[in-house]
Structure formats: structure tokens, C-alpha cells
Design a protein around this ligand. Structure first.
Ligand SMILES: O=C(O)CCC(=O)C(=O)O
Length: 337
């Protein structure tokens, strides 16, 4: 691999995100990188580079909150906070019997032996403990309902500006003592490079199904990092997902880039009782530590992508990842049942 220093000049062809319209245009399939732009090497979010970029980060090109005019569960103040920090934690969104039922559902899914040898079930790097179970909104009718519940999907619509579909869903199950951490990354970096997601019109909603406290590996986020795209070094290996879902090594910012961003923005880790909802932008840098406490930390994630932002050819990988990691809007649930 040749390592050279080349300026990242592709962004000059694009408007700054602050100048861009806040509303989606479903008829404009060109909101972002068209195939022609790709061929001309004008990807606004280049990553998996074979050379060290001159700048640590590139400015985001897409607006953050795009549906302020839409009615939904989030107030303008909550949308302001999301816009500023790139995430929003809503404590106690779900409580009582409804929460108990969801926790039971999670336990039932995690204990199904027939899922163990499926590719959508990922184990920890050094044990047979389940780390992540994907496609859970298809595997479970109850979680499918939750993914279309207005408290969750309505919030996503207000953020991304139009109707969402579920690009990915998963439970990350961090068992007490055994659950390992997740390295720092921007989800969008992977979805763009490996799934072909064109632009930053996606948001994750993570319902915490166990208490998340300082000792059981809660999600840590860098507030404000969603406005900066950090190109990562290293080309995508074939079938990268087979190792990256256990421990991500490619598509992670350099220690220097992270040091710079954390010095400027700090780190926050929203914590709370089971039933809280964390919404975070697709480009917010996040990570989590191993769970060294006795208490499991299990969260269910739904990734909502905007319908006009559906994935196409990957931007920096030889082929698309399997559909349990990147659903299309028209994929049938039956495929997993
Ligand atoms: O569940 C966690 O702690 C980390 C989640 C995450 O970063 C991921 O699944 O991509």
C-alpha cells in the first residue's frame, strides 16, 4: 500500500451544510453524490483512504435537523439540543408493564438456540456469549411494533425530515463481566463506505433495556462531532463485517484525530434507568467500554434512514454487506422468521 499525503479537495464542489435546504426533496435523487460525481472522485465523505489526509476532518455537508415543521414527540428545545450535540437522551420514555414486556421479549430472543449459528447473531471475540443480534425488528413482532411506534419513529421523522425506514436493527447485549467494548467510530462512515448510504439523513434510536450506569459500559459520545466527518485510514478488507462486528479495526478514527476532537468537545455518557431512549445522529462519534460490573447492559437499536437516502453501491468496499446489516425499504420480514 502506498502512503502519501494528498489534500482532501473533494468538498470544495459542495455547499457547506449550513447553507443547505433543511427539507428533503424526494424527487431530487441528486441531493448528494450521484454516480457521476462518484466517478469524478467527488465523494463528499471520502474514507478508507490509502494515504494520510492533510486535515483531520471535513465539514458535514448535510443539515442535522430537517423536520422542525413536522408534528411529533420532540419539542423545539429537544431538537435544538440534538442539533447542537448530535444526540438527545429522553429518560423513562417507557415504564411499567410495557417495559417489562419488552425486557421479556429481549430475553426470549437472546435465549433462542436456533439463532446461534445464524449470521445475524454475532458472538464476542473470545467467547460464545452473544454480543449482537441483528434484524430484531423482523425477528420479533413486538420489536417491529416498537420500531414504528410514533414515540420512536415520529422522533426520527422530525430529525431526518421525512418518512423513515429501518436500515438496521440490533440488540447489543453486554453481559456482566463478559461484555466487551466497541471502538470509537461514526456509524455513517461505515454505512457510507460499506453499505452505500449516500448522505447523513439517518438517526439511531437506542432504547436502553437495562439500567445503564457508569460501570456497565454505557455508550459514550463526543458532543458536536456529528458536524465533522473524520476520514479513516485503511482500505476495506473483503468481508470486513465478519471481524468488524466483533471488534472494529477499519473505519475507526486515528488516536490523533480522537485526541483533537475530545480536547475540543469532551465526552458524555448518558446514563439512566431502563426505558430511556437515546437518539443519536448517524455521524456522532461514539464508543463504549467493556462491562466489568455484574450487571448486564442491553440496548436495542433501530437505525432510521430517510426513504430518499436508500443505499446504493458502497463508496469504499468491493461489495455491499449482507442485508441483515443494511435492509432495503422493501425487504420482507418473512425472510428472517
Ligand atoms: O452498544 C454499544 O455500546 C455500542 C454500539 C455501537 O457502537 C454499535 O453497535 O455500532
Amino acid at each position: 500500500m502506498t502512503v502519501k499525503s494528498t489534500p482532501l479537495n473533494s468538498v470544495t464542489a459542495h455547499k457547506q451544510y449550513s447553507e443547505m435546504a433543511d427539507t428533503p426533496n424526494v424527487h431530487n435523487t441528486q441531493v448528494h453524490n450521484t454516480q457521476a460525481q462518484r466517478t469524478q472522485g467527488q465523494d463528499a465523505y471520502p474514507s478508507r483512504l490509502s494515504y494520510t489526509p492533510e486535515s483531520t476532518w471535513l465539514p458535514r455537508q448535510d443539515a442535522v435537523v430537517k423536520g422542525r415543521q413536522l408534528s411529533g414527540p420532540l419539542s423545539q428545545a429537544q431538537l435544538d439540543e440534538f442539533e447542537r450535540k448530535g444526540f438527545l437522551f429522553i429518560p423513562n420514555l417507557i415504564e411499567g408493564a410495557e417495559l417489562d414486556e419488552l425486557r421479556q421479549e429481549m430475553k426470549a430472543l437472546m435465549s433462542k438456540d436456533e439463532y446461534r449459528d445464524k449470521e445475524f447473531s454475532v458472538t464476542e471475540p473470545e467467547s460464545q456469549e452473544i454480543r449482537s443480534l441483528f434484524a430484531v425488528h423482523f425477528l420479533s413482532e413486538r420489536l417491529g411494533e416498537l420500531a414504528s411506534d410514533e414515540r420512536v419513529a415520529g422522533a426520527a421523522r422530525q430529525i431526518i425530515g421525512d418518512d423513515p425506514y429501518v436500515h438496521q436493527s440490533r440488540i447489543n447485549y453486554k453481559p456482566g463481566f463478559a461484555g466487551k467494548g466497541f471502538n470509537w467510530h461514526s456509524d455513517f462512515e461505515t454505512w457510507h463506505a460499506e453499505d452505500g448510504m449516500p448522505a447523513m439523513h439517518a438517526v439511531s434510536a437506542s432504547l436502553i433495556l437495562t439500567d445503564n450506569h457508569e460501570f456497565n459500559g454505557p455508550l459514550m459520545l463526543i458532543p458536536g462531532s456529528h458536524k465533522k466527518f473524520v476520514p479513516c485510514l485503511g482500505e476495506t478488507p473483503e468481508d470486513n463485517h465478519k471481524s468488524s462486528l466483533k471488534a472494529q479495526e477499519v473505519g475507526v478514527p486515528s488516536p490523533e484525530a480522537l485526541t483533537e476532537l475530545v480536547a475540543e468537545h469532551g465526552i458524555e455518557a448518558p446514563k439512566g434507568k431502563a426505558g430511556g431512549l437515546l437518539l443519536f445522529d448517524c455521524n456522532t462519534l461514539h464508543a463504549s467500554n467493556a462491562n466489568l460490573s455484574p450487571d448486564p447492559r442491553s440496548n436495542v437499536f433501530f437505525v432510521f434512514n430517510r426513504l430518499d437516502n436508500r443505499c446504493d453501491a458502497p463508496y469504499a468496499a468491493a461489495k455491499q454487506r449482507p442485508d441483515f446489516l443494511a435492509h432495503s425499504p422493501d425487504q420482507p420480514a418473512q425472510q428472517y422468521r
